[in-house]
Design a protein around this ligand. Structure first.
Ligand code: IPE
Ligand code: IPE
Ligand code: MG
Length: 256
């Protein structure tokens, strides 16, 4: 069933976020601080991904979404980009079997057309193998941009409507949502950005409408289960009003 949108229906409260979306930032600075090449930070970053998948599975998080490569990251030096691609390939080679064993579904979203044929085939194979797993969904956002997502969804929505050219469209939010790249997941409850920057950097622009935002100075390679615990503790202290007043929430609690 398609998850309800936070602007259509107020989602039920949870103590453990159902969906955590993370901008994994700070690999380069982690390495530079240690007089290592940036590459070393990315390698450590992959270890941190493995740890985070395990930590979230243990804590009962249903959806973990990780921003691995943005549509703007092509602007980096060519050798860093190709290293990141190679790391992606080796991570898939090494991790998919274990994820499958742990009943984890893997999804990769973004404009995959820019990746080479081998990587695309590996992604398709990993998604196919893990498609029926139900304990947790891990989504890797690769060559992903929030603006790309909304634009591709509009194109798909218009194509699906069979609209005549020149007809005046009257689409609603709910018409667009099924075409977004992550239509299979509820909106994130908790957004985490490591590495100290406080910006969205073209991540899930549509889906973050009512997500709780958490920023930490910790660099991604150091972000472990204890750090995740701090983020979840912060999440638990938030009053998620979704447009309502605090008083309404108190009364609702009293009534239930
Ligand atoms: C995040 O770390 C990883 C990717 C964007 C691929 P960075 O590489 O952005 O690290 P900093 O921000 O330069 O420290
Ligand atoms: C965001 O990090 C993208 C990923 C973590 C994949 P960046 O390091 O690319 O973001 P900016 O450039 O600092 O905004
Ligand atoms: Mg960065």
């Amino acid at each position: 069933m398609k998850p309800a949108s936070s602007t259509q229906v107020v989602p039920p409260g949870t103590t453990v976020p159902r969906h955590i979306a993370i901008i994994m930032d700070g690999n380069g600075r982690w390495a530079t601080k240690r007089f290592l090449p940036r590459v070393a930070g990315h390698v450590k970053g992959v270890d941190a991904v493995r740890g985070m998948v395990e930590a979230c599975a243990e804590r009962g998080v249903e959806y973990l979404t990780l921003f691995a490569f943005s549509s703007e990251n092509w602007r980096r030096p060519a050798d860093e980009v190709s290293l990141l691609m190679r790391l992606f390939v080796t991570a898939l080679e090494r991790e998919v079997a274990k994820m499958h064993l742990n009943d984890i579904r893997l999804k990769v979203v973004g404009d995959l057309s820019r990746f080479d044929v081998k990587l695309r085939a590996m992604i398709a194979d990993a998604e196919r193998r893990t498609a029926n797993n139900t304990s947790m969904t891990v989504t890797i956002c690769a060559n992903y941009g929030g603006r790309w997502d909304i634009t591709q969804a509009i194109n798909k929505m218009v194509a699906a409507s069979g609209m005549e050219p020149g007809a005046s469209p009257a689409f609603e939010e709910t018409d667009l949502e099924p075409h977004l790249a992550m239509a299979y997941a509820p909106e994130p409850d908790l957004f985490v950005r490591t590495g100290g920057e406080e910006r969205i950097s073209n991540f899930l622009l549509w889906q973050l409408a009512y997500t709780e935002l958490y920023f930490t100075d910790t660099f991604w390679p150091d972000f472990d289960d204890a750090q995740l615990g701090l983020a979840i503790d912060s999440f638990r202290q938030r009053e998620r009003r979704f447009g309502r007043t605090s008083e309404q929430l108190v009364n609702q609690k009293k009534a239930s």
